[in-house]
Design a protein around this ligand. Structure first.
Ligand SMILES: Cc1cc2nc3c(=O)[nH]c(=O)nc-3n(C[C@H](O)[C@H](O)[C@H](O)COP(=O)(O)OP(=O)(O)OC[C@H]3O[C@@H](n4cnc5c(N)ncnc54)[C@H](O)[C@@H]3O)c2cc1C
Length: 568
């Protein structure tokens, strides 16, 4: 009845371009040499273990790492009184998966099946090993990531999601779990006759959908992302008494890059992310222009790697915790998050990006995730297989979405208000759109109405050449029409341009600085806002380039200036 949910399972990260099945297996469960085991032993402690000892239990908050020196340990997934054997580790093999890096609760039980000896490292000792031993870092990180991908592919998590393709909440929860790399099993109410039994067992009605069964017992009805993060223990407690070197707000490419550079250069880094790591880039189906990925890479995979990388260096990343207010009239600055907690920091990097503009119709919200989408990933694509879709917009993201969707849908109608596609669209995309018989470009056209009940059923669109309005039975619209910056939480703290983006460095005029009360004799650094020690990077910054590469570059540049601010 349960369907395993796969995310890029056929495209495992950080391995050779086309690994053979046996090489993937070797990377998943490598056997370390005696010399490698000895290097690990220097970071931890040896301990004797007896048959039946439980080394880690499911949902444990503290999850040590084990290398088998002698004997055998089993990794098991308990569920309703039974146990599924996931793998047995023998001499030279080691325990652990993505949880070792994220510091989240254990998804499995580890029990000794043959007595012997293990080496045990706590998470801090493991992170220290990974940061200092390049060879072991590669072996361990690759195994952890591949094992997490395997768990996702087999749906071997501690979460069951019961939902419907016609429900926006289901899409939101799926996206949240997927972008957090959390394995889950999915029960589709529309196609699964036995699903009602499952609902009855937990006394939930179809109105409560989506329902999330968290760690086998808690039944969450249409939960918020924050509630899911709390239930699954995504976030450690925040030490609000600690003064941070740098707080980063937003974990898109710009914020994750700042976290990687900051943490790897010894800064104490705390990141707040309103939703899930990855930002807009996380919803990109394929990024083909990011340096070093000649065959392209999905935004989800790129940002998942960056997330793991930042945590490997010790950055603390809080998920589903948004910044709600900045206290900027005294130092150190205080960032208040949406649950009321306040954190003090000596420097701040604002990387909150931008959000897609919504269509100007009163009923637009009711179709979000139920026919109206702002990103085109495999998740949305599978909802419109063999149906006609509309992609609105003439820029690069609209072009990418059209080309990507054309592979699986019946036909793509690409709609722009202008006479032609945007000047900013890459030449390669324009060629692909023109050459693709599955895409029709409608210029000087616009949507004037959306119709439907629970799901979008029809679209009214106007041809602005003759003002004729027609209604089409099209159930899926992808809005790719530009974005507005996420700066509401900053109130009056930093100078903004006329579109609400944050002004930085040379963009700040003498008048801006006088108005802001700039107190220093030096001018603002590149990427520094009108508030000393506060930087803005990526798509939230005035004059940004709207590229992953520029967001990543700006994140690293800001860290270089944070060092200078901290030394002043
Ligand atoms: C569908 C799509 C395809 C794209 N394709 C490409 C491409 O092929 N190549 C390319 O170079 N670029 C591409 N882009 C553009 C690129 O993704 C963006 O330029 C880039 O993601 C900007 O990064 P960022 O970190 O500045 O902002 P974002 O990616 O917008 O990330 C900002 C993050 O901040 C979080 N946030 C917002 N407010 C708060 C708050 N108050 N507290 C805490 N967190 C908050 C958000 O949840 C988000 O995770 C694409 C964009 C889209 C949408």
């Amino acid at each position: 009845m349960l369907e395993g949910h796969a995310v890029n399972a056929s495209d495992p990260p950080a391995v050779a371009l086309e690994p053979s099945a046996s090489s993937v297996q070797e990377h998943l469960f490598p056997t370390l040499t005696d010399a490698q085991v000895a290097r690990i032993a220097a970071h931890g402690r040896r301990r004797a273990v007896a048959r039946g000892d439980v080394l880690v239990d499911v949902a444990a908050k503290v999850v040590p790492f084990f290398v088998v020196v002698e004997g055998e340990i089993e990794v098991l997934r308990p569920s309703r009184g039974t146990e599924t054997l996931i793998v047995t580790h023998r001499r030279g093999q080691f325990s652990g998966e993505g949880t070792m890096i994220t510091g989240r609760r254990s998804l499995a039980r580890i029990r000794v099946s043959e007595p012997g000896e293990v080496i045990e490292l706590d998470r801090e000792q493991l992170l220290a090993l990974i940061q200092t031993d390049a060879e072991l870092s590669e072996i361990l990180m690759r195994a952890f990531i591949l094992r997490r991908v395997e768990l996702i592919a087999r749906g071997l998590g501690d979460v069951v999601l019961i939902g419907s393709a016609h429900c926006a909440g289901t899409l939101r929860v799926k996206e949240f779990l997927t972008r957090n790399g959390h394995p889950y099993a999915y029960v589709d109410l529309d196609h699964d006759a036995e699903a009602q039994d499952l609902l009855d067992r937990f006394q939930v009605s179809a109105r409560d959908v989506p329902v999330l069964i968290c760690r086998g017992d808690a039944v969450l009805r249409n939960p918020s992302n924050q509630r899911i993060a709390d239930c699954l223990g995504f976030n450690p407690a925040i030490d609000t008494a600690q003064l941070r070197d740098v707080v980063i707000v937003g974990a898109g490419p710009a914020g994750l890059s700042a976290a990687v550079y900051g943490a790897s250069e010894g800064l104490d880094v705390l990141v707040f992310e309103l939703n899930a790591p990855g930002g807009q880039a996380g919803s990109s189906s394929r990024i083909e222009n990011y340096l070093g990925f000649p065959t392209g890479i999905s935004g989800l995979e790129l940002t998942a790697r960056a997330y793991a990388q930042a945590q490997k260096f010790g950055a603390q990343i809080m998920i589903a915790k948004g910044a709600a207010k900045l206290t900027c009239n005294r130092k150190p600055y205080a960032v208040q998050i949406d649950d009321g907690q306040r954190v003090l920091t000596r420097a701040l990097i604002i990387a909150t990006g931008a959000e897609y503009r919504r269509p100007p119709f009163e009923n637009a919200m009711q179709f979000e995730g139920a026919g109206l989408y702002y990103g085109a990933t495999p998740m949305e694509a599978q909802l419109c297989v063999d149906e006609e879709v509309i992609v609105v917009g003439g820029g690069n993201s609209a072009g990418q979405a059209a080309v990507f969707l054309a592979q699986s849908v019946k036909h793509v109608h690409m709609m722009v208000r202008a006479e032609v596609l945007a000047d900013s669209m890459s030449r390669y995309l324009i060629r692909r759109i023109e050459d693709n018989p599955g895409i029709t470009l409608h210029t000087r056209a616009e949507i004037v109405g959306l119709e439907g009940e629970r799901h979008l059923e029809r679209v009214r669109w106007r041809d602005n050449r003759n003002a004729a309005v027609e209604t089409y039975d099209i159930r899926h619209v992808f809005m790719m029409t530009g974005a507005a910056p996420n700066t509401q939480w900053l109130e009056q703290c930093v100078a903004l341009d006329d579109k609400g983006f944050i002004k930085t460095g040379p963009e700040l005029t003498p008048d801006d600085l006088v108005t802001a009360g700039w107190p220093l004799t030096r001018p603002p650094y590149l990427l520094e806002t009108s508030l000393p020690g506060v930087f803005a990077v990526g798509d939230v910054r005035g004059g940004n380039i709207k590229r992953v590469a520029s967001a990543v570059g700006e994140g690293s540049i800001a860290i270089a200036f944070v060092h200078q601010v901290l030394h002043q």
